[in-house]
Write a protein that binds this ligand. Structure first.
Ligand SMILES: Cc1cc2nc3c(=O)[nH]c(=O)nc-3n(C[C@H](O)[C@H](O)[C@H](O)COP(=O)(O)O)c2cc1C
Length: 394
């Protein structure tokens, strides 16, 4: 059976490579829209879901993982930003995802930024994103998802503040997050509080400790029993900024952190070469890979495993995924690999993870988490030389 799945994935990979140049002729936002339409159609009935599953699905006992009381059938999840209106939940289990994070949703309807707002950087295996949190708004989306049975898929609700005013107002912003939390109180399995969208008009005000404290206090007031809350961090922060945020997460009893959001080109010139197509936006994929793994390594060591880490950024192979897991991440999110490698890669990464676990003598993902990132003595955490590669944002 293992051999058949390997051959199946190899053939699908070749097919995707053959059609990819045609897909890449399309405008990236049109291609995104087209894939979403295909996903909605494939997810619309049992037969198409079963058929999709035949081509893309894969499962193995050693991939099952329980994190903060939630049982995932595997640790691979769709990252926030692909399914901004929560329309595709029926199809994700058939293409092999264990979880999907929907959104970001904002309290108010959000049109996003005007003009062209998605760019492919093929040489860098990256998408430059200038969307600006476009979504239909938490009210409309939550009423559509109310009562939907997600089956074996675990669902994260990513809440962000609406990108509709240039001036930051603390109370309005907090109300925006908590509005989404309230509307989704019966929907999904965990919340992510996204304080790190790089494309909003009023910046990233929750890097400020006082603002963050106020937000996390409010978020805790809307906690739903049994539903973990994670905070999504930006990629381009100094060590000091990261420490302030993760320490606040521990202090306010958040369950974990999502590491990380997109990387800004101005702090990462070495990764973009001559390819940068637009002066705004931030990058996914390969340019983010090392940055996010370094942040995972640092946060795991600093919090001594006390916060759950969801790793995200440039996961294209099982090796990439395993590196983030052994650095301290319990589950992973991804988008760029779907675009550059094709949807069959989800099952290929899961299949590779099973092999890597076995090679290291582990029976489960849990056993591998943080296994190549031994915890230092407490006083060493601030001085760890591996932290130096985190960011050039300072
Ligand atoms: C097209 C696109 C839209 C995104 N929109 C969001 C978003 O709305 N909210 C969010 O938290 N992250 C968003 N992200 C960031 C991703 O969730 C993820 O952190 C990033 O893409 C890195 O993962 P990858 O390298 O596997 O793509 C977006 C990414 C892409 C490519």
């Amino acid at each position: 059976m293992r051999l058949i799945i390997g051959i199946r994935n190899f053939v699908l990979k070749l097919l995707y490579r053959a059609v990819r140049p045609l897909i890449f002729l399309m405008d990236p936002e049109d291609a995104h829209y087209m894939f979403k339409r295909v996903g909605v159609i494939l997810g619309s009935n049992f037969l198409t879901r079963w058929f999709t599953s035949l081509f893309f699905n894969y499962g193995h006992r050693s991939l099952n993982i329980e994190v903060d009381g939630i049982k995932y059938r595997n640790p691979l999840g769709l990252s926030a930003g692909f399914d901004k209106d929560g329309e595709l939940t029926k199809i994700y289990p058939s293409i092999g995802f264990g979880l999907a994070e929907l959104g970001s949703f904002t309290g108010e309807v959000c049109p996003g930024n005007p003009g062209k707002r998605l760019f492919r950087m093929v040489k860098s295996k990256s998408i430059l994103v200038w969307y600006g949190l476009n979504n239909q708004g938490a009210e409309k989306i939550s009423s559509r998802l109310q009562g939907v049975n997600f089956g074996k898929l675990k669902v994260g609700i990513n809440a962000a503040k609406s990108n509709i005013t240039p001036e930051f107002d603390l109370n309005d912003s907090i109300d925006d997050y908590t509005k989404t939390m309230k509307l989704f109180k019966d929907i999904g399995d965990y919340y992510t509080i996204n304080i790190s969208c790089p494309n909003t008009q009023d910046g990233e005000p929750f890097v400020d400790k006082a603002n963050l404290d106020a937000l996390l206090i409010a978020v805790n007031e809307h906690r739903v029993e049994g539903r973990p809350i994670y905070v999504k961090l930006a990629a381009d922060m100094t060590l000091e900024e990261i420490n302030i945020i993760v320490d606040a997460c521990v202090e306010h009893k958040m369950d974990g952190v999502v590491l990380t959001n997109l990387a800004k080109p101005k702090f990462n010139q070495e990764y973009v070469k001559d390819e940068l197509p637009f002066h705004k936006g931030a990058m996914s994929g390969l340019p983010l890979q090392r940055i996010s793994t370094n942040v995972i390594r640092h946060v795991y060591r600093r919090t001594r495993g006390e916060l759950t880490i969801i790793g995200v950024g440039g996961v294209f192979t099982a090796k990439d995924a395993y590196e983030k897991i052994t650095s301290g991440a319990s589950i992973l999110h991804m988008i760029s690999t779907l675009i550059f490698d094709g949807p069959q890669n989800i099952s290929e990464i899961n299949r590779g993870l099973v092999k890597l676990l076995k090679a290291d003598g582990f029976n489960s993902i849990e056993e591998a988490v943080g296994s190549r990132n031994p915890l230092p003595k407490i006083k060493e955490v601030n001085e760890d030389p591996s932290d130096k590669g985190i960011s050039s944002a300072a």
